[in-house]
Design a protein around this ligand. Structure first.
Ligand SMILES: [Zn+2]
Length: 306
């Protein structure tokens, strides 16, 4: 286990805003699958607030080996296929929409893309179907083998450094990382000049307020649904839009303003009421950089081909 006292994205001081011992049964149930055994004896589920940026983060986090163990439960291909098949169609629509945007924004005819933390390769497979040259990184060995069998070129982060990408997808990943700045810097170094990286995370500005408001004897907040955005040992960093910008800026990246009309045109499944509403609101959110879904660019970006 690793203890983080300073902010892991801007290195400023951070103050604890909430702490409960992992010995509490409510917390023990949430980390039962971690396999960490006695390593958490005497440790607290402690959340800190950075005094300089808006990041909230857990003090105790896993080392690389512990994290790899947690995210590598043995799975077979049938269970992966069942999970993909059970995905709602609008989820596929969102992947298609995003990849249609990136295909129009990236100048390359066959964009080289990396899905960092690709899991079962759902996004990566979609990018493959839309004409991209697709690479993936994942700590889960069975998932990596499954993805490789579906045509995704699986590499380590070290191997990815020798490649240069037009686009890197980092979807719901940085909130899991013990060292988010170091990893984001490494990924920024894998981009072509002008290449793009997407960073998206859960967004829950109300949770730190609830944690601060919990009295010492009040453990009602210790419920997996309530704590989700700071789930013990899993979601160890809770970003706001501005702290996501702080992370990217620390990695030498600039925010990229996503094109409104391109997002509007890429919307899918307008026949579903939830999609109709989403397709009309998301382009504006993307263009304004609202929420914890942001794109960043590296260096001077060449003009896209029409
Ligand atoms: Zn900070």
């Amino acid at each position: 286990m690793i203890q983080r006292h300073q902010c892991p994205i801007c290195n400023h001081a951070a103050i604890p805003i909430f702490a409960r011992p992992y010995a509490l049964p409510e917390l023990g149930a949430m980390i039962a699958a971690s396999g960490l055994g006695g390593k958490l004896d005497g440790c607290d589920y402690e959340v800190r607030a950075c005094t300089a940026c808006e990041l909230h983060f857990q003090t105790w986090v896993m080392s690389d080996d512990e994290l790899e163990h947690w995210y590598s439960p043995p799975r077979d291909d049938d269970s992966f296929m069942q999970e993909i098949g059970s995905q709602k169609l609008h989820w596929f629509a969102h992947q298609t929409e995003e990849i249609l945007v990136l295909r129009q924004v990236c100048g390359a005819r066959t964009p080289r893309v990396l899905d960092f933390g690709c899991n079962l390769g759902k996004w990566a497979s979609m990018a493959l179907a839309h004409g991209c040259e697709v690479y993936g990184v994942d700590v889960n060995h069975d998932a990596a083998r499954f993805c490789a069998g579906r045509g995704i070129q699986m590499v380590s982060l070290e191997e990815a450094r020798s490649l240069r990408f037009d686009f890197i997808n980092v979807d719901q990943v940085v909130e899991h990382l013990s060292a988010p700045l170091e990893i984001t810097r490494a990924l920024a170094g894998c981009l072509k000049p002008g290449g793009l990286i997407k960073l998206s995370t859960p967004h829950n500005p109300a949770l730190p307020i609830k944690l601060r408001a919990s009295g010492h004897d009040d453990n009602r907040v210790l419920e997996a649904g309530t704590l989700d955005a700071l789930l013990p040992l899993m979601h160890v960093n809770l970003f706001t839009p501005d702290s996501l910008r702080t992370l990217a800026s620390g990695a030498g990246l600039r925010e990229f303003r996503q094109p409104f009309l391109t997002w509007l045109g890429a919307g899918q499944m307008w026949n579903l009421p939830r999609q109709l509403n989403r397709n009309l609101t998301v382009p504006f959110k993307r263009w304004r950089g609202r929420g914890t879904y942001l794109w960043f660019e590296s260096g001077n970006r060449p003009k896209a081909e029409s």
